[in-house]
Design a protein. Structure first.
Length: 292
C-alpha cells in the first residue's frame, strides 16, 4: 500500500500529470509509479506482418518512456519507476492493475478544461481505488478541501461511503495543509424551492442540530460547514466556486448495467459541472462491506 498510480498525460493535456502527481505523492508520503499508455493502429500490417508491428510497438513505447524520463529528470526524480503499457482501453488496465497490486490512489490529468473525455468517465465508473482528477483552473486556487456528504441517506452503502469520504478528505487536508470544509445538500426540487412554500432556513437549522455531534467530532467550525437546500449538483458547484475549492472529495456509488442509465448517479451530475481537482472515492451498488 501507500503507492500512487500516476497515468502519464497525452500531449494535449493542460496540466503536467507527472510533475503534479509526483508532488502529490510526496505530500501524501506515498511512493509514486508512472504508467505510460501507448496504442496505435498499424492498418493491414497488424494482420500480415506481426514482426513489423512488434518492432513498431517497441519503438512507440520506447519514445514515450524516454519523454517521461526527461520530465522526471527535470523535477529531480529520476528513480521513479516507469511502466510502459500497450493497451487500447487504458481504464481497464488501470482499474484492474491498481487494485490488484495494492495502489491506494490513481492520479490522472483532465485533458480538456471544459469537459471530461470518455476515458475519464470510464475511470470514474470502474475504479476500485480513490481517483484524483487534476485540472488547472485558475479560479480554484485557495487552500481548501471540501468534502461532499449525503448525511440523510439511510442506506448502509451510502453511510459507509460517507465515512470513506471523510477519511480521505481529512487525510488530504492534513497532508496538503488545507482547511477542511464540509458540504451537505438537503435535496429539494428547484420548482418547490422557487415556490417558497418550504421553510428552508428551518430545514438547515434542524440539520445543523441533528449532525452537530459529527461536526464536533471532526473539529469543523461553523464557517466551514455549508448546508444548503436544493439540487445537489448545482449547490455543490456553487459552493466550490464561492470558496475557490482546491480539492473536492466526493463518493461515487458506481451503479452498473441498465439500472445506472435509468437512475443515474448524483456524483456524475456534480462532476459534469465541477472543474476543480476532484478526488472520487468509489463504491459499488450492493457492496455492503466496510470500505478501506
Amino acid at each position: 500500500m501507500n503507492k500512487v498510480f500516476i497515468i502519464s498525460q497525452r500531449e494535449e493535456a493542460h496540466i503536467d500529470a507527472i510533475a503534479a502527481g509526483v508532488e502529490l505523492a510526496r505530500t501524501l508520503d506515498k511512493q509514486a509509479e508512472i504508467f505510460a499508455y501507448s496504442f496505435e493502429y498499424f492498418g493491414d500490417a497488424e494482420y500480415y506482418n506481426p514482426k513489423f508491428v512488434a518492432v513498431a510497438q517497441k519503438h512507440v513505447m520506447k519514445q514515450r518512456t524516454g519523454k517521461i524520463q526527461q520530465i522526471l529528470d527535470s523535477i529531480d526524480e529520476p528513480d521513479i519507476p516507469i511502466h510502459s503499457v500497450w493497451s487500447k482501453d487504458l481504464f481497464e488496465h488501470a482499474c484492474h492493475h491498481s487494485k490488484r497490486h495494492g495502489f491506494d490512489l490513481i492520479v490522472k490529468a483532465v485533458h480538456h478544461a471544459e469537459h471530461y473525455l470518455p476515458v475519464d468517465w470510464n475511470l470514474i465508473r470502474h475504479t476500485r481505488v480513490p481517483l484524483m482528477l487534476l485540472t488547472d483552473n485558475p479560479v480554484h486556487k485557495s487552500n481548501t478541501v471540501m468534502m461532499a456528504l449525503d448525511l440523510d441517506s439511510k442506506k448502509t452503502l451510502k453511510q459507509q461511503l460517507n465515512h470513506a469520504v471523510i477519511r480521505q478528505a481529512v487525510a488530504l487536508a492534513e497532508a496538503t495543509n488545507c482547511e477542511l470544509h464540509l458540504a451537505f445538500v438537503i435535496r429539494l426540487p428547484q420548482v418547490i424551492h422557487d415556490m417558497e412554500i418550504v421553510d428552508t432556513h428551518g430545514m438547515i437549522r434542524q440539520a445543523r442540530e441533528k449532525y452537530q455531534a459529527l461536526f464536533d467530532e471532526l473539529n469543523i467550525g461553523p464557517k466551514c460547514i455549508h448546508i444548503t437546500v436544493g439540487e445537489p449538483d448545482l449547490c455543490i458547484y456553487q459552493l466550490a466556486c464561492k470558496h475557490k475549492v482546491r480539492y473536492l472529495v466526493l463518493g461515487a456509488v458506481q451503479r452498473q448495467g441498465i439500472y445506472a442509465f435509468v437512475v443515474g448517479n448524483m456524483a456524475e451530475s456534480i462532476l459534469n459541472r465541477i472543474r476543480s481537482n476532484v478526488l472520487i472515492v468509489p463504491a459499488r451498488e450492493g457492496l455492503l462491506q466496510p470500505l478501506e
